[in-house]
Design a protein around this ligand. Structure first.
Ligand code: B12
Ligand code: SF4
Length: 466
């Protein structure tokens, strides 16, 4: 019997970065996301269907779209928007499925807005969910299969999103997960500490069939499993590529792996430096980071032609009002190519969140503000306003002309890249509150409509925020 063709629409709702269309985050600065293209590839071939992908960062969602099933991927900062879209499509009789990091962290929050939620990695459950739906047997919750393997899957269908709207669609994934357990990180809470890996031959086959020469690995910690990283880097060498990715600072203490990374074409890495306070790092289970060695990390990466985007968070319990300038100046002196600063964000159900909630310090559960730029909890040694303003101070210091010059001279990146990235970040640094709409928090302008006033767990408006 012929089954009717399903019309599936997959949506990545717009998040905090896209509130200000026309800002510095123009189309050309984004790389193509992998979530929707991966999900599209996982739709069973024997299920008659058509599929459409909508990345709301580059295109509007037609509210009158026709579909049998809409799937939305949700991170905490986009949850409010995702729920709004979900409620709308369900009111039109369309079946809605929600999945992604936020749904995995806190499924009961998403469940009322969906016909089904998918928790965890969905390589096995998403195809099953679709078969169930086609058979009229959709369940309300699908949870990551215990023996999940991410290898042996079809390659992401990158062609389903328009490549012209992105800086690149040469975006790849070799691994998932991380072996560490940093208190503020979503990864161990959402997906556990088991590293998942695609067979190296499959990663290479995907790169080859896509014809990528310059690419991005989105893996959160490419060196989570040393043996795998060694195998991958070694296999990449003959391809003579250039690649960018994420790793921990531990790479710098592993001369063999670092050399292989350099030889395999690694040109830039993003690393979570997090804090210059060892006490902060220890308290948050990231004691393997040693701030006294950060300058050495940079020097060793540079020696292999690798530039560093070093990320710091502010608001951990040891931070006091002098932390912002100290950290920014530290980053400049350490010659970090591109320092970045964010507010530590207690994503739901992470150890950090649970601790702050137990202490009555979570100020708001308006998920839209959980974007790593807004202060959503009561800091220990400063006011919300000091923390919110301090981040701008750090950005402005790190991207002053003087600081740019002091860092730029040492970068291994080609001059046009060094200058372009620093100018981009300088512009961002000087317009930060505009992009993230933080002004209302620090009282500079009246509050804008969609945000709620942070309130303490007890329900009263916090005076230091108002
Ligand atoms: C690449 C990436 C980005 C890219 C692209 C984002 C994008 N939309 O794809 C960029 C750089 C733009 C980015 C930006 C940000 N990101 Co980001 N990003 C990632 C990263 C490293 C990989 C995501 C990815 O493509 N994974 C590969 C795909 C295949 O996996 P997946 O998305 O998890 O999908 C699988 C399952 O989750 C599930 N699934 C997911 N969605 C759905 C939907 C349905 C219907 C179903 C059935 C299943 C399902 O099935 C998939 C297959 O198993 C993740 C970390 C991570 N490893 O997940 C962080 C991550 C998603 N980002 C995060 C954050 C916080 C941000 C920013 C807010 C950071 C900032 N301050 O700017 C911004 C906000 C972006 C926005 N939307 O406004 C957090 C989200 C935490 C949270 N609870 O919200 C993560 C988890 C990182 C972290 N450790 O905290 N990010
Ligand atoms: S090392 Fe990075 S990815 Fe791993 S748990 Fe810590 S913050 Fe998360």
């Amino acid at each position: 019997m012929n089954r009717p063709s399903l019309k599936i629409v997959l949506i990545s709702p717009k998040g905090p970065l896209y509130r200000h269309r026309g800002g510095i985050w123009k189309k050309s600065l984004r790389y193509q996301p992998l979530t929707l293209t991966t999900l599209a590839a996982l739709i069973p071939a024997d299920l008659p269907h058509t599929v459409e992908l909508i990345d709301e960062g580059i295109a509007d969602v037609p509210m009158d779209l026709e579909a049998d099933l809409v799937g939305l991927t949700v991170i905490t900062g986009t949850a409010k928007r995702a729920y709004m879209l979900a409620d709308h499509f369900r009111s039109r009789g369309i079946t809605v499925v929600l999945g992604g990091p936020h749904v995995t962290l806190i499924p009961d929050d998403a469940q009322p807005h969906a016909d089904a939620v998918a928790c965890g990695y969905s390589e096995d459950t998403w195809p099953q969910l679709l078969q169930d739906f086609a058979a009229g047997e959709l369940k309300t919750r699908y949870t990551q299969a215990p023996g999940l393997e991410i290898g042996g899957r079809p390659f992401p269908k990158r062609e389903l999103l328009p490549s012209r709207n992105y800086l690149t669609n040469n975006v790849f994934e070799a691994t998932r997960g991380c072996v560490h357990a940093c208190d503020f990180c979503v990864v161990p809470t959402a997906w556990g500490r088991k590293p998942f890996q695609k067979p190296v031959a499959e990663v290479l086959a995907d790169i080859r069939q896509h014809g990528a020469r310059k690419l991005i690995f989105i893996d959160l910690n490419l060196i989570a499993h040393r043996g795998y990283a060694k195998e991958l880097f070694t296999a990449l060498i003959p391809l003579r590529l250039q690649w960018y990715g994420l790793a921990t600072v531990l790479l710098a203490d592993d001369p063999e792996l670092l050399e292989l990374a350099g030889r395999s074409g690694c040109k830039g890495l993003l690393m979570g430096m997090e804090s210059i306070s060892p006490a902060n790092l220890k308290a948050n289970h990231k004691g393997f980071n040693s701030p006294e060695h950060y300058a050495r990390v940079v020097a060793r990466l540079h020696a292999h032609g690798i530039a560093l985007q070093g990320c710091f968070v502010f608001g951990l319990d040891e931070d006091r009002p002098d932390v912002f300038l100290k950290t920014a100046e530290f980053a400049v002196q350490a010659k970090i190519d591109l320092p970045r600063f964010a507010v530590v964000t207690p994503f739901p159900n992470t150890p950090l969140y649970l601790r702050l909630e137990a202490e009555g310090r979570i100020l708001t559960k308006d998920w839209e503000l959980y974007d790593a730029q807004h202060v959503v909890f009561q800091p220990k040694h400063m006011s919300v306003r000091e923390l919110q303003e301090g981040i701008e101070t750090a950005w402005k210091h790190a991207y002053s002309w003087d600081s740019i010059w002091r860092r730029l001279r040492h970068s291994p990146a080609p001059w046009p890249v060094r200058i372009g990235t620093n100018l981009g970040y300088r512009f961002y640094a000087n317009n930060l509150s505009r992009f993230y709409n933080c002004d209302w928090i620090i009282g500079r302008v009246p509050r804008n409509a969609p945000f709620v006033q942070p309130v303490s767990a007890a329900g009263e408006v916090r005076e230091d925020v108002a």
